[in-house]
Design a binder for this molecule. Structure first.
Ligand code: ADP
Ligand code: MG
Ligand code: MG
Length: 877
């Protein structure tokens, strides 16, 4: 079979749609080569080889060897140089590249083919011994550390030592003789740690490097990255072997990385960095501070113009924003990589909308281009414009949004801190970040680095995740060992609060207040297209008028879940609630309930007003009563004092209410079954509020939702009672409002007997949190101890409380919907309205499922409403 694909000289055997086989890098190098973009010649060993390599216990298939030899000859022909030649040598890079980009996660080795003899030839040929020896020492370092497992620090140590001896600050200040000396020392480091000399046979180097790339596929960094990014199902990495071009031959050479549009804002400007006289990773490594790409226009006008042309050509060819790597060797431009550029949510929206205007793509494509979750980014808190912001330092704005957290100075410490204090916001502050840091970075609210540019590791990764990030903040001096730092000259300790503004690069000491953003401009336009495309409605979970208003701004088409218990916790309310719970008899309870009723009514009035014209689903009291009572002595003393009763009585009642499994105990519809007066009060408050708001000329559509129903009888009893209360209310008011009575389907038995339940229920709302809990037998509050192991061992693909388990819980949802709808139609000739109100209502994958099974709506938290709108549109496309 064909294991190797060549590219170069305006031709290629591969294409951009062969990413599975050639990896993203290989496929796009091929594509660029065949559309006439200058790319150094090379070849790609397929991901299939990687797969077979692991299948065979880390052995390459035999047939790879001759194919590589043959392809290498072609590269030699195209470049006019020979690999291992001592006069005019061809050098190559060996580069990783899987189907999905995993920036910096796997190994790349540059300058392969140099040895003690070849380096002399290269020095003579280029008349540049400094360059030749610099290349050689980099090769020994990269090859030693990535292929042979020598700690890079050992090489770095020699470099620093030599610079000290020579009393120079920059690598570039070292002379040719110095670098020759450095090569000697690097070779000694290599021999000491590997146990044999640095390989002098270029072919030997090449094969070891190829194996090293394949090995890096299963390296820690790569495995961890795939886990965090939930990347599964890939064959492996491809290996690209490519003729080297040199950005480090002098002032007429350089290297850079750029985006065809601004990946932060989406603005249609060329965006990136470059360094003169530099090679490979120098730009992203944050060692030297790179120049903005616009400056290249004055430094190398011809090259800049060529780059601008390529930028246009790539965008019109790929119809997508591209992230590119290039190198200039003695004034000649070469492209080394192109791929779809990672971008922030806001940038994704702007680019998609503007590309429709430019007629590069259509509206449907635009909708598909934006990852619903990435909208999070546009909904991130921003610094309150009214807040007093005293910026103590400013860095480069790398990923927008404001983040505030406790300073932690290493990724490992962030992981440890998170384990100990899962709710603490963390701000990770580092000199720079590297791929080892991803786990800690992932946990942080925001990332701040002292060095690095817009394309540095921290910036790229943070943007991908939609995390606020400021990089290259030179006003920071970190003392990691001492657990402290200074920002703009001011002392800060680990654990102190620091705030960053990733939108403009500001760094502030302390906590600065933030505000929520709104939907406008490109975002509003895209959401308009989404609304045209979708059929699934989107409601919100909101318990207060403020949340309801916010959700409406974000496009909510009603409330799918209003939790009444949240209203009982504030101020005087909790006192009355406790009186109700502690009452000895019905009369006592009724008295306390009468005190609570006005509060409830007021809250409902506010919510109905905010949702004028839209349906509002209100769930009756759901949690176990003990949640309203304090469990510690001090708290119980206080309650006793507040209520004027002996503390023993409080304690006794707490004891009586104690349950072994409160989540399976006296809660949900079981409460009004046992204490009907509680339900009566709530129904009365809802309907009286509805009448009041209707009298003000507004339109109210209340839906009373009874939680935790498992049998139709429960629902029948409570519905009958609610209807009786309604009649009373309407009679007293002399007017009526339309309303529905329905139920949550959150107990597996309810889903199984949905046909019976639908005879009573006028709507279903799937409470998938409890339904997941009860179907799996997982206590939602206790999964922390085992869920990571379950996901690691692939028992479950993801936490089923985040993304609906379609195979299991989803079956109950689908079946319940079908049976319920059918029965309602047959018995009452009515359409049964069905929705979902668990966390899943705002999870894009779960939203797609809800669309597929024909639900009427999903309901989610206000900030996820736009995300659900877009996900619903994508589901309908
Ligand atoms: P990554 O996937 O981590 O970006 P790359 O394979 O793209 O790794 O290579 C790392 C760096 O080396 C990049 O800056 C790239 O442009 C540079 N590089 C790779 N191959 C060559 C080559 N043949 N000539 C010059 N520079 C190269
Ligand atoms: Mg790499
Ligand atoms: Mg790259």
């Amino acid at each position: 079979s064909k294991y190797v694909y060549t590219f170069g000289g305006g031709k290629a055997e591969g294409r951009s749609d062969m990413k599975e086989l050639l990896g993203g890098k290989g496929a796009n190098l091929a594509e660029m080569s065949s559309i006439g973009i200058p790319v150094p010649a090379g070849f790609t060993i397929t991901t299939e080889v990687c797969h077979e390599y692991y299948e065979a216990g880390r052995k390459l298939p035999e047939a790879v060897k001759p194919q590589v030899e043959e392809s290498l000859e072609l590269v030699e022909k195209l470049s006019g140089k020979k690999f291992g030649d001592s006069k005019d040598p061809l050098l190559v890079s060996v580069r990783s590249g899987a189907a999905l980009s995993m920036p910096g996660m796997m190994n790349t080795i540059l300058n392969l083919g140099l040895n003690d003899v070849v380096v002399e030839g290269l020095a003579a040929k280029t008349d540049n011994p400094r360059f030749a020896y610099d290349g050689y020492r980099r090769l020994i370092d990269m090859f030693g550390s990535t292929a042979m497992g020598v700690d890079h620090e050992h090489f770095e140590h020699e470099l620093t030592k030599l610079k000290d001896e020579k009393k120079v600050k920059l690598d570039t200040d070292l002379s040719a003789a110095d670098l020759k000396e450095l090569v000697k020392r690097y070779k000694a480091v290599y021999s000491k740690h590997v146990g044999e000399g640095f390989p002098q046979d270029p072919k030997d180097q090449l094969w070891k490097a190829i194996m090293a790339v394949f090995n890096s596929w299963m390296g820690n960094k790569a495995v961890q990255y795939r886990r965090i990014e939930r990347i599964t199902g890939l064959k492996g990495t491809a290996v690209n072997v490519q003729a080297m071009v040199f950005g480090n031959t002098g002032g007429n050479s350089g290297t850079g990385v750029a985006f065809t549009r601004d990946p932060n804002t989406g603005e249609d400007v060329f965006y990136g960095d470059y360094l003169i006289n530099a090679q490979g990773e120098d730009v992203v490594a944050g060692i030297r501070t790179p120049e903005p790409i616009s400056k290249l226009d004055s430094e190398m006008p011809k090259v800049y113009q060529q780059l601008m042309d390529i930028r246009k050509k790539l965008e019109s060819h790929y119809k997508e924003m591209q992230d590119i790597e290039f190198t200039v060797e003695n004034g000649t431009l070469y492209m080394l990589q192109t791929r779809t550029g990672k971008r922030t949510g806001s940038s994704a929206v702007r680019i998609a909308v503007e590309m429709v205007k430019e007629k590069l793509i259509d509206e449907k494509t635009a909708l598909k281009r934006v990852n619903p979750d990435s909208l999070n980014h546009l909904l991130l808190p921003q610094l309150d414009p009214k807040a007093k912001v005293k910026s103590v330092a400013r860095g480069i704005a790398a990923s927008p949004g404001a983040a505030c957290g406790k300073v932690i100075l290493s990724a490992d410490a962030a992981v440890a801190h998170h384990e100990a204090h899962p709710n603490d916001p963390i701000l990770l502050v580092r000199k720079e970040t590297s791929p080892e840091d991803v786990a800690g970075m992932h946990l942080a609210k925001g990332i701040l680095t002292a060095t690095g540019g817009k394309a540095s590791h921290a910036a790229v990764v943070a943007r991908g995740w939609g995390k606020p990030c400021v990089v290259g903040c030179e006003g920071i001096v970190i003392d990691e060992k001492g657990g402290k730092l200074t920002i703009g000259g001011q002392d800060v300790k680990v654990g102190d609060y620091v705030t960053i503004n990733g939108t403009n690069g500001d760094v502030m000491i302390g906590q600065v207040p933030t505000v929520d953003p709104s939907i406008s401009g490109h975002f509003a336009e895209l959401m308009g297209w989404a609304d045209k495309a979708r059929t699934l409605k989107v409601r919100t979970n909101a318990d207060t008028p403020a949340d309801a208003r916010k959700a409406r701004e974000f496009g909510a088409e009603g409330i799918g879940l209003c939790r009444t218990e949240h209203m009982f916790f504030e101020g005087q309310r909790i006192v009355d609630m406790r009186k109700m719970i502690l009452a000895d008899d019905t009369a006592g309870r009724e008295k306390a309930l009468a005190a609570l009723e006005p509060y409830q009514r007021e809250d409902f009035v506010g919510i109905f007003e905010a949702m004028d014209g839209l349906p509002v689903t209100i769930r009756l009291l759901d949690p176990p009563l003990h949640e309203f009572l304090p469990h510690d002595d001090a708290g119980q003393q206080e309650v006793a004092k507040q209520l004027g009763i002996p503390v023993e009585k409080v304690k006794l009642r707490v004891e009586q209410l104690h349950e072994s499994n409160p989540m399976l105990g006296l809660r949900g519809c079981r409460l009004p079954i046992k204490f009907p007066e509680i339900g009566d009060m709530q129904v009365r408050a809802i309907l009286e509020a509805a009448i009041e708001v209707k009298k003000k000329g507004k339109s109210v559509l209340p839906e009373i939702m009874i939680p935790l129903v498992g049998t139709v009888e429960e629902l029948a009893i409570l519905k009958k009672r609610a209807l009786a209360v309604a009649e009373e209310v309407f009679k007293k008011a002399g007017t009526k409002v339309e309303f529905l009575i329905g139920t949550m389907i959150e107990i597996p038995r309810a889903a199984l007997t949905a046909d019976q339940i639908a005879e009573e229920a006028e709507f279903f709302s799937f409470g998938t949190n409890d339904l997941t809990q009860l179907t799996f037998g997982f206590s939602r509050d206790d999964i922390g101890s085992f869920m990571p192991a379950y996901v690691d061992q692939k028992i479950l693909p993801v936490d089923p409380f985040q993304t609906l388990d379609q195979r299991g819980v989803g079956q109950l949802v689908e079946m319940g919907t079908e049976r319920g709808r059918k029965a309602r139609k047959e018995k009452h000739d009515q359409h049964l309205k069905v929705g979902i109100c668990g966390e899943h209502g705002g999870d894009p994958e779960s939203v797609v499922f809800c669309h597929k099974i024909g639900m009427d709506y999903v309901s989610c938290s206000p900030f996820r409403v736009p995300i659900a709108r877009l996900a619903a549109a994508q589901a309908a496309l």
